[in-house]
Design a protein around this ligand. Structure first.
Ligand code: GDP
Ligand code: IMO
Ligand code: MG
Length: 440
């Protein structure tokens, strides 16, 4: 299950729904930059690194090798869940995941300041610098924390190395290696019982024919390779990332479910063709409560962009989608959908790979009438006003993908299951039979 836009599509809610039929839920990339709000029976849970499946007592939850783990933040999350009565007994952490260190957070913050008007608008959680060290092969992994001598040696060496960067490049005070070692030895003790070879655990579950849900964080357009570079995160949220970030072969993945909001939001910097910089954008923000779960920042809001939707279907091989937050459009007189872009009078149906070109894209809109009534109580497609149904059909046609789930509110019961998202037909098979998928 992946995000089809710029993150915050409501993946937490949909993961929670799908987790009902999952034995194992796996996070395969990202770190505590993610923020998922899940509402269950009026109680609100905010998750960052722990898979949303944790709310089901018998579901095994795995933080995979492709994630980056800030142990300090993870322990806060564990403590918060414990206070709410949620057990973490079934939480497993990959021994190969990389660890966010204090210098990663410091560098993320300092680098953003240094970039000035070229800043990315990161969550300042040290995500980029942790992944950079992984690629540079100077990273510290969870397994290193587990072996005290290795931990001491690794931290001693990296702190010495990073202090040169902190002091000389960013004018920051150096870190005391001994204090960092003490701090991380404490974290290691706290997390030890959760650490496993997660690829082995997941593949054993595959052999036992268990249902495994891979939960993407962020979204397709924040993907390091396929997103709106450089305004992206440093991991691969796309479906292909699930294999790399969990140690499972591509032949084992049965289906890909995309999650998209009925409109679009984005946090941080970077081009956003359908952004509404007027009162309407503020209205969407207020109605959708569009404030970040992690940083509290106001999310930028705009109309649904079908060029992006189609792109996400292509990049991820999406079989079906969940459309969330349809209820947020309830009061709109008219609703616009971006069907293509225009640059210098020329029409474009695909996302340009040049960031400069993307920034120049003007949306070409199709205007749809609003339904001007509440939908949050609707239990089936038949309950929806005709205009809302037409809107959904139009989105499905534009994306060429069936809509399996429609979400009309934050709670579990404010959901219409249009078709079984897990056992419905595979999109590739529809193509084989020459059928263009439509709304179910
Ligand atoms: P995620 O990062 O993709 O998991 O999404 P977030 O949790 O950051 O943001 C989605 C927000 O919308 C959360 O506060 C959810 O509780 C809320 N939400 C999810 N689905 C719906 C919906 O269908 N309608 C409304 N009104 N809110 C929703
Ligand atoms: P969930 O999982 C929305 C954005 C940041 C910034 C860019 C890079 O809740 O959908 P980073 O800290 O990752 O280096 O920041 O990515 N970003 C998100 N935006 N939802 C998220 O996660 C995000 N995680 C990172 O705002 O623009
Ligand atoms: Mg979020």
């Amino acid at each position: 299950m992946i995000g089809a836009q710029w993150g915050d599509e409501g993946k937490g809610k949909i993961t929670d729904l799908l987790s009902r039929s999952a034995h194992v839920v796996v996070r395969y990339q990202g770190g505590v930059n993610a923020g998922h709000t899940v509402v269950v029976k009026g109680q609100t849970f905010k998750l960052h690194l722990i898979p949303s499946g944790i709310l089901y007592p018998d579901t095994e939850c795995v933080i995979g090798n492709g994630t980056v783990i800030d142990p300090k933040a993870l322990i806060v999350e564990l403590d918060t869940l414990a206070e709410l009565g949620i057990s973490a007994e079934n939480l497993f952490i990959s021994s190969s995941a990389h660890v966010t260190m204090p210098y990663h957070r410091m560098i993320d913050q300092a680098a953003e300041e240094r970039r000035g008007n070229k800043k990315i608008g990161t969550t300042k959680r040290g995500i980029g610098p942790t992944y950079a060290d992984k690629s540079e092969r100077t990273g510290i992994r969870i397994i290193d924390l587990m072996e005290t001598e290795v931990l001491k040696e690794q931290i001693e060496w990296t702190v010495q190395y990073k202090n040169v960067v902190l002091e000389n490049l960013y004018d920051l005070p150096p870190l005391d290696a001994k204090a960092v070692i003490e701090e991380y030895m404490g974290y290691a003790d706290r997390l030890r019982s959760h650490v496993v070879d997660s690829s082995l655990l997941i593949n054993q579950a595959v052999r036992q024919r268990k249902n495994i849900l891979f939960e993407g964080a962020q979204g397709t357009l924040l993907d390091l390779d396929h997103g709106t570079y450089p305004y992206v995160t440093s991991s691969n949220p796309v479906a292909g990332g699930a294999c790399i970030g969990s140690g499972v072969g591509p032949t084992m993945i049965d289906r890909v479910i995309g999650v998209a909001k009925a409109y679009t939001t984005r946090v941080g910097e970077g081009p956003f063709p359908t952004e509404l910089c007027d009162g309407l954008g503020d209205q969407l923000c207020a109605l959708g409560a569009e404030f970040g779960t992690t940083t509290g920042r106001q999310r930028r809001c705009g109309w649904f962009d079908a060029v992006i939707g189609r792109y996400a279907v292509r990049i991820n091989g999406i079989d079906c989608v969940a459309i969330t937050k349809l209820d947020v459009l309830d009061e709109m007189e008219e609703i616009q959908v971006c069907v293509a872009y225009e640059i210098d009078g020329e029409k474009h149906h695909e996302l340009p790979s040049s960031a400069r070109q993307f920034a120049r894209c003007q949306p070409i809109y199709k205007t749809m009438p609003g339904w001007k009534q509440s939908t949050s109580h609707c239990k089936s497609l038949d309950d929806l006003p005709q205009e809302a149904l037409n809107y959904l059909k139009f989105l499905a046609e534009l994306m060429e993908v069936p809509i399996a789930i429609v979400s009309l509110g934050a709670s579990r019961d404010q959901t219409i299951i249009v078709e079984d998202p897990i056992h419905g037909p595979k999109r590739a098979l529809l193509y084989e039979n020459g059928i263009t998928p439509q709304v179910a």
